[in-house]
Ligand binder design. Structure first.
Ligand code: UD1
Ligand code: CA
Length: 462
């Protein structure tokens, strides 16, 4: 982006509104879209644009907002009374050098894109103008209207409550986002008054001052209407969540992802995909997830901070967190991989199996109804149905070490710490409390007895 190289950029984010209609104790701008606070979406845009400084005008719930955004380098400016958008901007102006370009954004308008803002900045650079982001709406009710003269030049913005019937028919609206040099903004803001229907200091009155000063006014438009929509209630929050999810889904499909239904896909983080990756319906992806070439994700799967190797299939209703798999693994349905699980290649984890903090080497299988925790498992191991590692004595956790080519019969308990040596076979139903010897059959069962003539108890008569 080279359109605007001669000025530093100061981004101002207005976030002083209370957000009463959210009916929440959480400040409005901290409600999330795709798992990130509304205002954070705006801040990351500002950073991507290369902002020198980011100023946040806050009011209600300031401490909470500052805490939530403590990872960012921001200039916090308090607006103690909400006397209007012009008054809000006035609070930050002393912190902005005269030669900066000011880009005004809103903490509750999260879907604005870097591309649109680059066009807005370019519009400000063209002829050293005041640049307004405007949009044509089928229903412009509530918004300030862009009033143009016969030559299509912008004359002023008139707020809904101050507009004449004729002006109310204008369908080009003010989104509120604008870009202009700081020195000009300072001059105009100083001249604002609150003689209007709402008794507020309207930022929009600067447009009239720009016209009077002979400054060019350019307009830019968003690519999509959702970019300029604000969040005032939970319905709008949900609508913008969907719009954002659809935007992400489209980008991923453009990058080659097969998505069975983009309307039933949620990404709250970052998804990195190889070629020929397929994702079925109702999949939720959180944090940073990597799916290598040919990975297939079944319906209702949840993936959080995982890396999945090429050709691996994850079947329906599985939940994987902070885990990795190698290539061509087969997981689920109904599998759970808890943090610090690392599967090598061609590992099979079947239904109702929970794995925690374990490494499992190539070709091993845990197919049915098992718990494997704090375990290192070798290659080509077969773990029978219902086998569990008893890793916890109520106070401490212990390791289970399983060698290569081990066969563990069904319903075995491995009482850690314990080592199952290479090539061990364990008979079904065993409770293994001691280390086994390599290649041996190990059993721990009471001998089977048959009691002849034994009678089942009968129900007592009253
Ligand atoms: C404003 C614009 C209007 C535009 C609309 C787009 C003005 C006078 N009008 O109207 O032309 O169509 O936005 O949504 O600018 N805020 C503060 N402090 C204040 C007042 C507002 O921080 O004292 C913040 C609010 O938190 C909100 C934003 O500014 O995020 C817009 O304020 P709001 O009162 O909703 O403006 P509108 O009346 O909708
Ligand atoms: Ca208002």
């Amino acid at each position: 982006f080279i359109m605007f190289v001669d000025s530093s950029l100061s981004v101002v984010v207005l976030a002083a509104g209370q957000g009463t209609r959210m009916k929440s104790t959480l400040p409005k701008v901290l409600h999330c879209i795709a798992g990130r606070p509304l205002v954070e979406h705006v801040i990351t845009d500002a950073l991507e644009l290369g902002a020198t400084d980011i100023h946040i005008v806050f009011g209600h719930g300031g401490e909470q907002v500052q805490q939530a955004l403590s990872a960012y380098d921001l200039n916090w400016v308090e607006q103690t009374e909400q006397l209007g958008t012009g008054h809000a901007v006035e609070q930050v102006l002393p912190a902005i050098p005269d030669d900066h370009l000011v880009l005004l954004l809103y903490g509750d308008v999260p879907l604005i894109t870097v591309q649109t803002l680059q066009r807005l900045i370019a519009a400000a650079a063209t002829g050293d103008a005041l640049a307004l982001l405007t949009a044509q709406l089928a229903d412009p009710t509530g918004y300030g209207r862009i009033v143009r003269d016969a030559g299509e030049k912008v004359q002023c913005i008139v707020e809904q409550k101050d507009a004449s019937t004729e002006q109310l028919a204008i369908d080009e609206i003010n989104t509120g986002m604008l870009a202009v040099k700081a020195d000009r903004l300072k001059k105009w803001i100083a001249a604002l008054d609150n003689n209007n229907a709402q008794g507020e200091f309207y930022l929009t009155d600067i447009v009239g001052f720009a016209v009077a000063d002979g400054i060019i006014i350019n307009t830019a438009n968003p690519d999509e209407i959702c970019e300029i929509e604000g969040v005032n209630n939970k319905r709008q929050l949900a609508e913008l969540e969907r719009a954002y999810q659809l935007r992400q889904a489209r980008q991923l499909m453009d990058a080659g992802l097969t998505l069975r239904d983009p309307a039933r896909f949620d990404l709250r983080g970052e998804l990195i995909i190889g070629r020929d990756v397929e994702i079925d319906i109702n999949v939720l992806i959180e944090g940073r997830v990597e799916l290598a070439d040919g990975v297939q994700i079944g319906p209702n799967v949840i993936l959080k901070n995982v890396s999945i190797g090429a050709g691996t299939q994850i079947h329906a209703n599985s939940l994987l967190e902070e885990s990795t798999t190698g290539t061509r693994c087969d997981i689920g349905p109904y599998a759970r991989l808890r943090p610090q699980t690392n599967l090598a290649n061609k590992v099979k984890i079947g239904n109702f199996v929970e794995i925690k903090k374990s490494n499992i080497a190539d070709g091993s299988k845990v197919n049915h109804l098992s718990y494997v925790g704090d375990t290192t498992m070798g290659s080509d191991v077969n773990v029978g149905a219902g086998t569990i590692t008893c890793n916890y004595d109520g106070a401490n956790k212990y390791q289970t070490i399983i060698g290569d080519n081990v066969f563990i019969g069904s319903d075995t308990q491995l009482v850690a710490p314990v080592v199952v040596a290479d090539g061990t076979t364990i008979g079904a139903g065993s409770t293994i409390t001691k280390d086994t010897s390599a290649g041996a059959l190990t059993l721990s069962r009471a001998e089977q007895v048959s009691v002849k003539g034994w009678k089942r108890p009968k129900k007592k008569k009253l």
